[in-house]
Design a binder for this molecule. Sequence first.
Ligand code: NOJ
Length: 483
Amino acid sequence: MSTRFSRRTFAQLAAASALAPALPSFAAKLDSSQSSTPLSFPKGFLWGSATASYQVEGAVKEDGRGPSIWDTFSHTPGKTHNGDTGDVANNHYHLFQADIALMKDLGLKTYRFSIGWPRLFPTGSGAANPRGIDFYSRLVDGLLAAGIQPYCTLYHWDLPQALEDKGGWQSRDTADHFAAYAGYVADHLSDRVKHFMTFNEMHSFIDLGYGNGIHAPGLKLAPAALNQARHHVVLAHGLAVQAIRAHAKPGVKVGLAENITCTVPVIDTPEHVHAATIAMREENAGYLNVILEGRYTDLFLSRQGAAAPKFTAAELKTIASPIDFVGINCYTADFVRASTSPAGYAMVPYPESYPHMLSPWLRPGPEALYWAPKIAASVWNIKEIYITENGASSSDIPTAEGAVYDTDRVCYLRNYLTQLHRAVSEGVPVRGYFVWSFMDNYEWADGYGTRFGIHYVDFATQKRTPKLSAHYYRQVIARNAVA
Ligand code: NOJ
């Protein structure tokens, strides 16, 4: 019955199409040997992927590495999902050559990794452990031999525990130790690494680690102490920029990777776009704005009141040491509307029904990859931007044959890349994109239960398998276009 109905419908459609020449002529053009009109990126656009030391390396007690705050935190009962730790993680410390081969196979142009500070300086300062830098030197050589550009982050949250014992980021001294470590890395790697990022996501590790205590070191500081720790981190960034410049070979570029509040006008009208522009400065006032402008905004200082950080003019100058590029880690959209309040904008909260990926905080808002770099470039006059992280968590259950059809991640990536393409086509200076993450790994307090990789990792065997999203990304890279 239904077959007869659909045949009749088809016949009716065919007859109707005779009266509407546009339909057959379009159908004639649809050639399954071709894909749709490509949304191409400029020649040389850098397609990359990222990981971080504690999340993938394992080997936490090998070759003289000292403990980090994440070793301590993850071994404290009740702090992480299932009590998961990074003790073994992806065993990338031993498997890095095979991982590089996988990267090459995918066609990656660049790989963003982080250096474990406690491998190089087991207690954070003092004498260096040469076996520490040796590992990263071999990693860099392996990447270059595979034609992959190394992008190196100096701090992706694994602070040496010995420094935390002396106050961690609450202590101004930690900033000086960080600068000394940064200079040492520049001495040893800048002949081959041309892009360094000081910090990854200052906002996350300060607010989660020192604010609400759900990340290492698990502190819940009062607002004044929290602001002071935040200030020491931006100061450490500035000192490290200077140290890298002083020690690096010519031609090295320095920046950072920050999870800025990615402001998106709630409706694309001039008043909401204006509001999103004001919000970009104010919502990032304690981190990227002070780094790029060398001042805390009046609104930030008045919002903090008596809890505002203590600082000197000389420190602000150091914090604002010129950088060459800005990395934006972007996962969600932060919707903004115009408001008659003194601030001139208001953040729009997410309705409860708003969908999310496996991680409840990860609510897709692809237009963030259009607006955030566009607004950031115009507010701060940035000439070189990278999307240093973007990606999604998914349930990632393998089929009986071992395939992982992470269509949700593929849709997520396609939608975000389409918006990024929109920005780049308008001339927004985004030079590259790093998908988070190259492979499933230790997702901090969420342990191994939350997967972000485009390669599936069986943590019992350490086998890596490309997911559908890896096949998707391979096409993106090969075509230099949204696939
Ligand atoms: C940001 C962090 O830099 C990274 O370490 C983390 O795994 C991803 N976001 C996903 O949460």
